[in-house]
Design a protein around this ligand. Sequence first.
Ligand SMILES: NC(=O)c1ccc[n+]([C@@H]2O[C@H](COP(=O)([O-])OP(=O)(O)OC[C@H]3O[C@@H](n4cnc5c(N)ncnc54)[C@H](O)[C@@H]3O)[C@@H](O)[C@H]2O)c1
Length: 309
Amino acid sequence: MVTGGAGYIGAHIVRVLRHHGHRVAVLDDLTTGQRGRVPADTDFFHGTILDAGYVTSSLIAHRSDAVVHVAGVKSLDDSIRRPLDHYSINAVGTHSVLKAMQAADVHDLVYSSTAAVYAPHPSGVVDEESPTCPTTPYGRSKLMAEQMISDAAHAQDLNWTCLRYFNVAGANEALLADTTSRSLIPSILSALYAGLTPVVYGDDYATTDGTCIRDYIHVGDVAEAHLVVLENMTKNRLSTTYNIGSGGGYTVLNVIEAIRRVVGYEFAIDILGRRPGDLACVVADTAKIRSELGWAPRRDMLEIVESLL
Ligand SMILES: NC(=O)c1ccc[n+]([C@@H]2O[C@H](COP(=O)([O-])OP(=O)(O)OC[C@H]3O[C@@H](n4cnc5c(N)ncnc54)[C@H](O)[C@@H]3O)[C@@H](O)[C@H]2O)c1
């Protein structure tokens, strides 16, 4: 059962699992998800994760043996304006999913977490042991969910993996693209389409070219990581956390260069001052999942930009 399987990342996960022969169902309330992203012959349960009874009956009806819990709200900025919505869906929602799994006797869980759970790190490169201390209600709501999962695991015999995604981008098909994202690459492409000049916030960070460094990962690679984790779970017990990133960083100017190559023309940019709260560098150390499960991303920045375009 993929909660949030009508959303951007969830729909990619559903496709990859089905492609590898898994029987998949989706539970989604369609707040940001789209019914059209769910294949017509996939069992679809239209409802909220906040209703533990509905999640339980859906798990039983589908005879699910694992949950990929993707449903959630994800905006850092919105979480400052609407913190209770984030705590409700991300934290209380995960509580509800855990209760439902217990009631339906389902014991394997993969959870969609985020790099936003980490504390700002001096080197900018974080591994799974790096301190967590989220700076937004969004990050705190996701960390609460992680903590609930690890606590509940002891009491309800749970086999679990929390995947901390970094900057997810790109699309495997146009239908599955993230049309709501306000992150760097979509913002630049939207500005170009609108005939506006893309904006860069800050060029005086202590990085190679002064702009912020982030770790971008193609959504197709993220989806494949779920397949690898789930298939390992059926063989070995897992109670762990993995970073899901490319393991490499791109400055904002590197990203703009990649976009220029893909669109095939030069365009101007406006450099403004720093945005409050932006860190100079956030990059995943992905050694743990590479060595333990053999997963590694296969797509690069050009493929991300080409697919988005
Ligand atoms: N997109 C990223 O870069 C990114 C990075 C890190 C972590 N994440 C995490 O990945 C998850 C999915 O992100 P996404 O980009 O696919 O977002 P999305 O908004 O496209 O997908 C979320 C899905 O969850 C569904 N949903 C929301 N509330 C629900 C509820 N109460 N009950 C049932 N379904 C509900 C939505 O309808 C939607 O289909 C989120 O949990 C987010 O925190 C995303």
